[in-house]
Design a protein around this ligand. Structure first.
Ligand code: PLP
Length: 443
């Protein structure tokens, strides 16, 4: 082993030279990095000490088809040999981005038939915000700029996306968010349907729209199921109520499908669980299962058509890597694998197994409660006393402790501790089988 590959040497270099994303910097400087992984195969990853772990959260809930797939490497290699990169600026195109756009149109519900490509989820949400604001400007309604998001939502880290994010820790780090972003309390279905007698009415999306004036609101953005905020599954009827509210006031509805998309929740898209069709949809992560950086905003063709009709000018928004041919080729192969191996259906069935496993943990452990899954997006919560709902003292970092204990048993999970919750997320690759789920629960 070359000196540079030795684990302790890597740890030292990491400490010296690597500024980690979304990481406690002080802890990194004191202790160095946590896990340093070097290999992945199926649902397992191997670290530099050769310890093998089950990846119970698909890394950042993105490695949907699992690690180390030969076909994916082949698709990337072939495309790189043919055309490694090509720009889509100035009305140019390439064969891969065209095919992926068509495939996405086929998979999405309703008439979300047009794709704008990015390199990830934040860029997708940022682009969605700019598209709707641009639309209203061209429409002669430049005051229609406000974006309403939900508390405990996560939409990414670029300026607009972080301002929309309702997990406050993310936008508090920039002191103040961008203007025009407002937050509503999640899942107030009756309020969204118009019941003004509800005590929380003013905090609902409808309450905010009516207070601010619908003529100032450009769009509502929400994750069909909140991920980072705690795997919060909306009650039946909520998404539909938001859809109807948006229709009533001519407000665009943006679904952030960055986690939910491509089978994670047991349907192709999160909104498919409730048969709601948004006007725009942000996707990333599962579109390539993390094999390449790719994201997209999928929009109703009428919206693109209207934008085209209203202006002869350039649409002044695009990324160097919008429509990257290699990323698109990898995305196409990934979607082919998801379909051929029926991974959306597997996600649904294995999600049911996971829920049974979590229910078993609830029987065994007095501190666990509120197990929930939607496909293979699941969580279990921890309470000091679950009967009274008494939370653990935050200084105990209960969810973090459980995750560390699971790490010592070679199972990677993720704590979700925002908004006073102590949840542990479980979101394994969509290729898991019953035995894998049992092993996870066992550990
Ligand atoms: N939206 C949601 C729902 C996410 O979970 C994430 C990332 O976790 C993002 C947006 C941001 O995506 P990215 O990290 O690719 O910019």
């Amino acid at each position: 082993v070359k000196e540079t590959r030795q684990p302790e040497y890597l740890r030292k270099l990491d400490k010296e030279h690597y500024f980690h994303p979304t990481t406690p910097l002080k802890l990194h400087q004191e202790n160095g990095p946590g896990l340093i992984i070097k290999e992945g195969k199926g649902i397992h990853v191997t670290d530099v000490y050769d310890d093998v772990y089950i990846d119970g959260v698909s890394s950042l809930w993105n490695v949907n088809i699992g690690y180390g797939r030969q076909e994916m490497a082949e698709a990337a290699k072939q495309q790189m040999m043919r055309l490694s990169y090509g720009s889509s600026f100035f009305n140019n195109s390439n064969d891969q981005v065209i095919q992926l756009s068509e495939k996405l149109a086929e998979l999405t519900p309703g008439n979300l038939d047009v794709s704008f490509f990015t390199s990830g989820g934040s860029e997708s949400n940022e682009s969605a915000f700019k598209i709707v604001r641009h639309y209203w400007k061209l429409k002669g309604r430049p005051e229609r700029t406000k974006i309403i998001a939900l508390d405990l939502s996560y939409h990414g880290v670029t300026m607009g996306a972080t301002s929309a994010t309702g997990v406050r820790e993310f936008d508090h780090m920039i002191t103040s968010s961008a203007p025009g972003f407002l937050h509503a309390k999640p899942y107030l279905t009756d309020c969204e349907k118009g019941d003004k007698s509800q005590p929380d009415y003013e905090s609902s999306i409808r309450g905010i729209v009516e207070k601010e004036g619908p003529e100032t609101v450009a769009a509502v953005i929400l994750e069909p199921i909140q991920g980072v905020g705690g795997i919060n599954i909306p009650p039946e009827g909520y998404l539909k109520a938001v859809r109807e509210l948006c229709d009533e006031y001519g407000i665009y509805m943006i679904a952030d499908e960055v986690i939910c998309g491509f089978g994670r929740t047991g349907e192709m898209f999160g909104v498919d669980n409730w048969e709601v069709v948004p006007d725009l949809m942000s996707v990333a992560k599962g579109i390539t299962s993390g094999y390449m950086q790719l994201g997209a905003v999928l929009l109703k063709s009428e919206l693109r058509d209207e934008l085209a009709e209203m202006s002869d000018d350039v649409f002044f928004h695009g990324f160097t890597y919008s429509g990257h041919p290699t990323a698109c080729a990898v995305g196409l192969k990934n979607l082919e694998i998801i379909e051929n191996e029926k991974l959306v259906q597997n996600s649904k069935h294995m999600g049911d197994e996971l829920l049974k496993g979590l229910a078993y943990l609830e029987e065994q452990h007095q501190v666990t409660a509120k197990s929930r899954t939607a496909g293979l997006l699941g969580a279990i919560e921890l309470y000091a006393d679950r009967d009274s709902g008494k939370a653990f003292d935050p200084s105990l970092h209960a969810a973090q402790q459980v995750v560390e204990e699971c790490l010592s048993r070679n199972l990677l999970l993720r704590p979700l501790s925002f908004g006073g919750m102590n949840a542990v997320a479980l979101a394994p690759p969509l290729i898991v089988n019953k035995g894998d789920i049992e092993t996870m629960i066992d550990r």
